[in-house]
Design a protein around this ligand. Sequence first.
Ligand code: GN1
Ligand code: MG
Length: 373
Amino acid sequence: MSDLNSVNIDRNLLIANQFAIDGEVIDVVPFGSGHINDTFKVTTSGTTKYLLQRINHHIFQNVDGLMENIRIVIEQLKDDFRNKGLREEVINQKVLTLIRTKSGLAYYRDEDGGYWRTFILLDNTKSYDVVETTTQAFEGGMAFGHFQKQLSNLDAQKLVEILPNFHNVDFRLSNLRKAILEDNTNRVGEVQDLLDYIFALEGRMRTILEWGKEGKLPLRITHNDTKFNNVLLDQDDKAQCVIDLDTVMPGYIAYDFGDAIRTIINSGAEDEADLDLVVLNIPLFEAYAKGYLSEAREFLNEYEKESLLPGVFLLPYMQGVRFLTDYLESDHYYKIHYPTHNLVRTKAQLKLVKELEKHEDQLKDILARAIGQ
Ligand code: GN1
Ligand code: MG
């Protein structure tokens, strides 16, 4: 092990010890597959395990606002379960629990200016990068639908827009245009076909934004990172807890629906290099839609229901735009594991959009049936 690694391990142990955890810290090891924050699993001499995270404060520049958003959402979710008569032990399996520092703060600031926070780790749970069964998809849909429902009474203005314009397609496209003009990496030439495809679709991707501006879609509190691996399932594949609350903020529900479908309907990985594997798994789409609507049908307005399909197209498209922008800007935003990673991710997302286009009528029918049920 390099000296640097052992220094980091010692540092991580010291940092874990800043939090009001039970028992002695025994071990801190890297955990999960997030693209932004650094996440570690903390094992202690006690029975509870913890999740220690260094927040990427270049991206989340308002860490106080971020942690306050999360606190408000956690409280709302827990209160809702309390009102339904659930016991605290049960609630703590369904909602994340934030562990404060020993001095009572929501995060710890290290000597290098890093921001750290700790949650209880929900043991005996599973998360899937690629969904395998319709039961899992249905359960995921219920979980995210229920999550939105529980937050539907909370005033969206109570949360700060922690990453402004996060799912605003005009903003994402204008960032891409800026990256093309600057072409700091000399990569624009090699991606011209991808850019042509992106700009040809631009018009149809603006539906949600326009309906929002016209007041047809209410701003609600949404999750904004509903990748399927952000819902934990129990050992029987029953949905247990929605995680990764960093981007909870005001948004349109179609963004959450579309982002979940992006990861569910794709038979390949988000960064699949073999584009032949990026094909649609339509039964999983149907199962997620049914699960989601079983919870959400009662509180969505008619435009919101109609916005679900545009959301399915928009989110993989916008994810492709974001990965490509990062590729053109020399990969400063997403963690990459090899030099062309963001390019491979872009191609996989845009291939997914093409597949969705091919099957649009079928998807529309399935959604209409699920909405009507
Ligand atoms: C990022 O770090 P992670 O994996 O939770 C990103 C999401 C993207 C996702 C793509 C704050 O999420 O918006 O959809 O990668 N989060 C942020 O996998 O940009
Ligand atoms: Mg996230």
